[in-house]
Design a protein around this ligand. Structure first.
Ligand SMILES: Nc1ncnc2c1ncn2[C@@H]1O[C@H](COP(=O)(O)OP(=O)(O)OP(=O)(O)O)[C@@H](O)[C@H]1O
Ligand SMILES: O=P(O)(O)OC[C@H]1O[C@H](OP(=O)(O)OP(=O)(O)O)[C@H](O)[C@@H]1O
Ligand SMILES: [Mg+2]
Length: 282
């Protein structure tokens, strides 16, 4: 089974990190290499441009792809399914125009020009309105085009908003909210191997922001301790031979750790340990 992974740019490192944490260690990766084998002999990685990954998966060069939802919507292959939100690469595709210009609404774009790296998404978006501006396809630096009379507005990616701001562009409308997803071709989406990869990646995502909490607690305070531990299906409780204490283990949200420790300490808990969790399989 082949997984297509962004070869460079902002999506490469987080994608590799996620695969590593999920246990799919690369065994023969090298800089600039376009494929790599993993510890699982059935799983190979292919490195491709984020924008080309939908086509790789659709055509069968790869079975699974990691790329932005925006890229998948733009390619719109029809035989590819979205299996999992990987939680990074969050951005928005927006319609924007010069702040000091006379385009303030979608309707103002009748007979005008819109520049974008996403012509198909743009066409679909305008098909839902009554305005049909001319779409000009560019391959980067889209924010420049309204200032050099190439376009009256743009449809482009924004995340922090800095690029729009420094180029004095204001958002008119949101076209798409995107994040990086795990996609598979529909004919392999139910295969065991694909399901194993989904589960492994999901387990890393589920563990993010969670901590494992261990402590010794007085047995007679167990009910009260249970009440303050949100836990995943309640804490695990183990007897410690003969001293009226029990070992209590549980998973808590990282943001609840401070309060939980204070509460269990008040109830007589001791030897409290907090550790990170690498993976959490439900
Ligand atoms: N500023 C951003 N913030 C968050 N996600 C982004 C941002 N820009 C792009 N993305 C996401 O990353 C994907 C890949 O972006 P892009 O193809 O521009 O690659 P890149 O990482 O910028 O590298 P390069 O442009 O050099 O190839 C986009 O399709 C989008 O899903
Ligand atoms: O809202 P912001 O945080 O400013 O991010 C938005 C910018 O990020 C992306 O560009 P990128 O840095 O990938 O450069 P590129 O045009 O070379 O792809 C995107 O095309 C925007 O220009
Ligand atoms: Mg980019």
């Amino acid at each position: 089974m082949r997984i297509a992974v962004p070869n460079k740019g902002r999506l490469h490192d987080p994608s590799m990190e996620l695969l590593e944490h999920a246990g799919l260690h690369v065994v023969d990766g090298a800089d600039r290499k376009l494929y790599a084998t993993t510890v699982d002999p059935d799983v190979t990685l292919l490195f491709a441009r984020a924008a080309d990954i939908p086509e790789y998966v659709s055509d069968g060069a790869a079975d699974i792809g990691i790329t932005g939802l925006d890229q998948m919507r733009e390619a719109d292959p029809g035989n590819v399914v979205d299996l999992l939100d990987l939680g990074y690469g969050q951005c928005r595709l927006v319609l924007a125009s010069p702040e000091d210009g006379d385009i303030h609404d979608v309707a103002d774009l009748a007979g005008k020009t819109v520049a974008t790296e996403f012509p198909n998404i743009a066409k679909q978006y305008f098909a839902e309105t009554d305005v049909e501006p001319e779409i000009v396809e560019v391959s980067g630096a889209t924010e420049l085009t309204p200032h050099v009379d190439m376009a009256d507005a743009i449809i482009d990616i924004t995340s922090t908003g800095t690029t729009l701001k420094v180029n004095r562009l204001g958002i008119i409308d949101e076209v798409l909210s995107s994040s990086v997803r795990l996609f598979a071709r529909d004919d392999v989406a139910d295969d065991d191997k694909v399901e194993q990869v989904v589960m492994a990646l999901q387990s890393v995502i589920s563990a993010e922001g969670k901590r494992y909490l261990m402590m010794n607690a007085p047995e007679d305070k167990l009910d009260e301790i249970r009440d303050v531990m949100p836990g995943l299906g309640g804490p695990t409780v183990m007897d410690i031979a003969g001293n009226g204490k029990v070992a209590v283990h549980t998973v808590v949200d990282e943001r609840d750790v401070f309060e939980t420790i204070n509460e269990v300490k008040q109830l007589g808990a001791s030897g409290i340990l907090v550790t990170e969790i690498e993976r959490l399989v439900d």
